[in-house]
Design a protein. Structure first.
Length: 500
């Protein structure tokens, strides 16, 4: 340790923009850079991993090893700094992303593809895969292709050919729509969250995600933001991105109003049929009796299902259902209405530990329209920006859009060579550039978010309403219209990652 810094050197490292990694040879001490060489460090504990050596959790720790570094841009020496302030280790990061969900990992990978290193802080000790699966529409596949992972995920999930809508009251079909036609094929698949998140994680450099890192507070620090974690660690960053879900700490710091309860809840489940489920590759939905439920294949042996309802109407408590899986399953089975036995079997065969129940929340659209979704060098994305009900299937898809757009906007401003080299002047220039990039991101995403939140809420009311007039219109006219509306909402192009 010299002058309060722990550094790592990589000499003569080469940068390959297409592959997004750097190689280097040298000697190093500390955390975070991976290269060929030997490294050891004895001193105060650093809450991070050394991929070029070992990490023993408790000081002193030493390591030696070999590896390839990923994510360092440029030729020559690259320094990572850990500043000791009193007894607290303050670590510097260019870009911090809070939350390793779909939005966080998409943003991190997008930045990595452009040659920008970022660190993701995840409060849990591993990737969280709550929700089991999500329907991915055309817009999501455009985003995944822009990130270079679309084909890998396609190979593990079947393409859905159409949508069938049935009445839970009569059991009869009310409409059917094909996902192919004159306008071309609409690519829709039901993707397992675990597969999606693990695929995104595999494409990231080692050490891009720091687990067990819960953010408890955020402070201004000149042109930087200082982030305090529950374990006492302190990180200083030039850019702070909140992808930390509906209860976002970053959104709260920005002053965004908390999401509100929609008055509805959802039970979700996933079930495996080792010998095959035998269902057509179609999205099957049922409406009526104040509920909406559906089944959609992920692959030849896996089915995902859901049921949405208003707890107050059905006299149940969402928290009680979540704590009692057997009662949750009984409730679901009692609300299915008229449907074929082989579809009812899907729900009956679902294991209790493969079901979950949660309230549906959303941010009031006018709060998104008028609120601070960015401020200076801080912004939000994904559910931290636009929590919405699942009625148009766009929550996860729009988070992928956010990630691509945000990475591109930051890349456009951060990859330009600075005009000032002096310390304070350079920091000020970068701060202005970052604010410029986040302002552009906010302009691109604000009204798309407002539209999705509003549409999802209204569609949810129409789909679950048990009013006689609405039910008649839904079964005779609206179901087909809504099916086509889903396709239009998903036919959005977030653009490529390339920087002009």
């Amino acid at each position: 340790m010299r002058n309060g810094f722990v550094s790592v050197e990589h000499e003569d490292g080469g940068w390959d923009r297409n592959r997004g990694y750097a190689r280097g040879r040298g000697r190093g001490r500390g955390r975070g850079f991976r290269g060929r060489g030997r490294g050891g460090y004895n001193g105060p504990q650093v809450d991070a991993q050394q991929d070029m050596g070992g990490y023993n959790q408790e000081p002193p720790f030493q390591g030696r090893g070999r590896g390839r570094g990923r994510g360092n841009r440029g030729r020559g020496r690259v320094f990572y700094m850990v500043v000791e302030v009193g007894t607290t280790m303050e670590m510097n990061e260019d870009i911090l992303i809070v939350g390793a969900g779909i939005g966080g990992l998409t943003t991190c990978l997008g930045l990595h593809r452009l040659g920008l290193r970022s660190l993701v802080l995840e409060s849990s000790d591993s990737l969280r895969v709550t929700g089991f699966a999500l329907t991915t529409w055309k817009n999501a596949w455009r985003a995944l292709d822009a990130l270079g992972v679309g084909d890998s995920i396609r190979q593990q999930h079947m393409q859905i050919q159409g949508l069938q809508v049935f009445s839970t009251v009569s059991g009869q079909p009310t409409s059917e729509i094909s996902f192919g036609g004159k306008g071309g094929i609409h690519e829709i698949r039901c993707v397992r969250r675990k597969v999606l998140l693990e695929t995104l994680e595999r494409e990231l450099p080692c050490g891009s995600i720091r687990y067990s890192s819960k953010v408890v507070s955020i402070q201004e620090s000149g042109h930087y933001k200082t982030v305090h974690l529950a374990d006492g660690s302190v990180l200083k960053t030039k850019v702070l991105i909140g992808c930390d879900g509906v209860n976002s700490v970053v959104a709260n710091w920005l002053g965004l109003d908390k999401p509100v309860d929609s008055g509805r809840s959802a039970v979700r489940g996933i079930v495996e049929f080792p010998d095959g489920h035998g269902l057509e590759p179609k999205f099957r939905q049922h409406f009526g009796n104040g509920v909406r439920h559906g089944v959609i294949p992920c692959g030849p042996t896996t089915l995902y299902w859901f049921l949405t309802f208003a707890p107050s109407v059905h006299g149940v408590d969402t928290e009680e259902l979540e704590q009692n899986p057997a009662k949750m399953k009984d409730f679901v089975l009692s609300k299915l209405g008229k449907l074929p036995q082989h579809i009812e079997n899907v729900y009956e065969k679902t294991a209790l530990d493969c079901m979950s129940c949660s309230p549906l929340k959303f941010r009031l659209p006018w709060k998104v329209a008028t609120g601070h979704i960015y401020k200076g060098n801080v912004c939000v994305a994904g559910d931290a920006l636009h929590p919405m009900t699942p009625d148009v299937g766009q929550g996860g898809c729009s988070a992928m859009e956010d990630g691509v757009v945000l990475a591109r906007c930051l890349g456009e401003v951060l990859l330009r060579k600075p005009t000032r080299e002096d310390g304070e002047g350079k920091d000020e220039e970068y701060y202005k550039r970052i604010s410029e990039g986040l302002e552009k991101y906010a302009k691109e995403r604000r009204w798309r978010s407002v539209k999705l939140i509003t549409t999802a809420y209204v569609v949810g009311l129409l789909q679950e309403s048990d009013w006689r007039v609405v039910r008649f219109l839904r079964e005779k006219f609206l179901s087909g219209f809504l099916a086509k509306f889903f396709l239009r909402m998903g036919d959005f192009d977030c653009g490529q990652l390339s920087i002009s």
